[in-house]
Design a protein around this ligand. Structure first.
Ligand code: AR6
Length: 169
C-alpha cells in the first residue's frame, strides 16, 4: 500500500529516502527546485551528475526519464533527477510528464527507497498549468505499482498545495 501525502514547504527540507529533482536534460543545474537542491545539497550532487553525463548521458537525460545520484548534504539518501516536458499549447506532452513520475518510482524501487518526495514537476519554469500538472501527478502515482510506502508531494505555495489537495480528494 502506498500512502500519498501532501506538504506545503521546501522540498530540500524533507527527510525522506529520495528527493525528486525537476531537472533539465543537461543535469548540470538550473533554477527553481533544481537550483535549491544543488545549493542546499552541496557540490557532491553536481559531481555525480557530471559523472552520469560522461558515462551515460552525453546527449543529456531525455525528457520523461529519471536517474539517481547521491543526495549530498540533504537529509535523504538519493536525489532522483527527472526531466519534465516544457508545456506546449499545441502538443499534448502529458505522457512525458506522467513518465517522469513513473520512471522516478521505478528508480526508487530499484534503489529500495521507501519514502519519496516529489515537487510539482514542470509546473514552474516549464510552464505547466498547476491543475493539469496536479491531475497528471496524482493519477500517475495512483496507477503505478511500487514498493514505495509514502509518496509525498511537496508544494511550495498555498495555491499549489490547494490544487493538489483538490486532486487528492
Ligand atoms: N521546494 C518545493 N517546490 C519548489 C521549490 C522548492 N524549493 N522551488 C520551486 N518549487 P521548477 P520545472 C516549485 O521551475 O517547471 C530549472 O531551471 C515551483 O513553484 O523548479 O519542472 C531546471 O533546471 C513549481 O511549482 O521546475 C529546468 O530547466 C514547481 O516547484 C526547469 O527549471 C516546479 O518548478 C524545470 O522547470
Amino acid at each position: 500500500m502506498t500512502t500519498i501525502t501532501l506538504v506545503r514547504g521546501d522540498i530540500t527540507e524533507q527527510s525522506v529516502d529520495a528527493i525528486v529533482n525537476a531537472a533539465n536534460s543537461s543535469l548540470l543545474g538550473g533554477g527553481g527546485v533544481d537550483g535549491a537542491i544543488h545549493r542546499r545539497g552541496g557540490p557532491a550532487i553536481l559531481a555525480d551528475c557530471r559523472k552520469l553525463r560522461a558515462s551515460h548521458y552525453g546527449k543529456g537525460l531525455p525528457t520523461g526519464q529519471a536517474v539517481a545520484t547521491t543526495a549530498g548534504e540533504l537529509d535523504a539518501r538519493w536525489v532522483i533527477h527527472t526531466v519534465g516536458p516544457v508545456h506546449s499549447q499545441s502538443l499534448d506532452r502529458s505522457a512525458l510528464l506522467a513518465s517522469c513520475y513513473r520512471e522516478s518510482l521505478r528508480v526508487a524501487d530499484e534503489l529500495g527507497a521507501r519514502t519519496i518526495a516529489f515537487p510539482a514537476i514542470s509546473a514552474g519554469i516549464y510552464g505547466w498549468p498547476m491543475d493539469d500538472a496536479a491531475r497528471i501527478a496524482m493519477e500517475t502515482v495512483r496507477a503505478t505499482e511500487t514498493k514505495v510506502e509514502e509518496v509525498r508531494f511537496v508544494l511550495f505555495d498555498e495555491r499549489a498545495y490547494e490544487t493538489f489537495a483538490a486532486q487528492l480528494r
